[in-house]
Design a protein around this ligand. Structure first.
Ligand code: SAM
Length: 305
């Protein structure tokens, strides 16, 4: 092999192997293991080793997890742990952990606890002083950020927004003036409506619809929110697959307007347009006339006219 200048070739003496890199049976504890979000090849060597050796694998849907485990010939006892039985199952899992069991927690896809069950179990295990070990790997919104071409220095992950228009608009309103990229999980059936709502509340921001990541039909569509909303509304065939929506930060002027809009929307829930405009103009130092015009437009949007 030809070695280039500055190139380092890994060998066993150089590689930095951690105390337990998966070649040994895991010590007792709760292993929070990330699994693929589509491409079954996206699982780490360490994750496989841990799944092969734990006493129990707690998973959301046993049928889904069996596809992954069968693919790698892993045969360990499975136990269903999902949002509907979490309260009942947590004490049982904690009792096993206290008895010295090694338990892996996995979800249907990606990293457990990220818009997936597990938070209470991890919290209770931590509180009980039991070992909780991270086995990191795929996560849909991180994968989306890595390829969408929008700023990643400050990111707010918002999970799933509510499905209905009013609630969805109110959900993002507090972040209108925030100087950060927003990442959301969204259903393909609602992507057009969601983009339209975010365009109305957040203004003209760059965004990316990241669909079917790591799968055959992986796609990133970039554009401003309104253009993307138009494109999905016009699209005749149904949108399919899983989606991460990434919305870039506002520019400085938009951020200021976002703060003003946010204050106006809150004021308009309690006050008349005139009162809201006066209060917000006083608070922000903006011209009364500018704020009044904006308050009228926001009021019309809030009333759905
Ligand atoms: N725990 C997972 C993670 O680490 O990303 C997320 C679980 S959440 C219940 C499922 C949502 O994640 C989907 O509805 C979709 O919004 C997003 N998602 C999961 N896999 C995806 C993929 N391959 N491409 C795009 N989005 C995906």
């Amino acid at each position: 092999m030809v070695q280039m200048e500055g190139e380092t070739v890994a060998n066993s003496s150089q590689s930095d192997r951690s105390a337990n890199d998966g070649d040994e049976a895991p010590v007792p504890g709760l292993y929070v293991v990330a699994t693929p979000i589509g491409n079954l090849g996206d699982i780490s060597h360490r994750a496989l080793k841990i799944l092969e050796t734990v006493d129990v694998i707690a998973c959301e849907d046993t049928r889904t997890s069996l596809k992954l485990l069968n693919r790698y010939g892993i045969r360990r006892p499975l136990l269903a742990y999902h949002e509907h039985n979490a309260v009942r199952m947590a004490p049982k899992l904690l009792a096993k952990l206290k008895d010295g069991a090694a338990i892996a927690l996995i979800s249907d896809a990606g990293t457990p606890l990220i818009s997936d069950p597990g938070y209470r179990l991890v919290e209770q295990a931590q509180e009980a002083g039991l070992p909780v070990v991270s086995v990191p790997g795929p996560c849909a919104f991180v994968a989306a950020l890595s390829i969408c071409g929008l700023p990643t220095d400050k990111v707010l992950f918002l999970g799933f927004a509510p499905p209905k228009q009013g609630a969805r608009q109110r959900f993002v309103e507090p972040y209108a003036g925030l100087d950060a990229t927003l990442a959301l999980y969204e259903s393909p059936n609602r992507i057009a409506a969601a983009l339209r709502d975010y365009a109305a509340v957040l203004g003209p921001r760059q965004a990316a619809v990241c669909r079917e990541l790591t799968k055959t039909h992986e796609e990133v569509r970039r554009g401003d929110l309104e253009a993307l909303a138009n494109a999905y509304e016009r699209q005749e065939e149904a949108v399919k697959g899983e989606i991460v929506l990434v919305i870039g930060p506002p520019d400085a002027k938009e951020a200021e307007e976002g703060v003003m809009d946010d204050a106006l929307r809150r004021a308009l829930r309690e006050m008349t347009v005139k009162e809201a405009a006066q209060a917000v103009a006083f608070m922000t130092g903006e011209k009364k006339r500018t704020v009044y015009q904006r308050a009228l437009a926001l009021k019309a949007a809030m009333d759905g006219s």
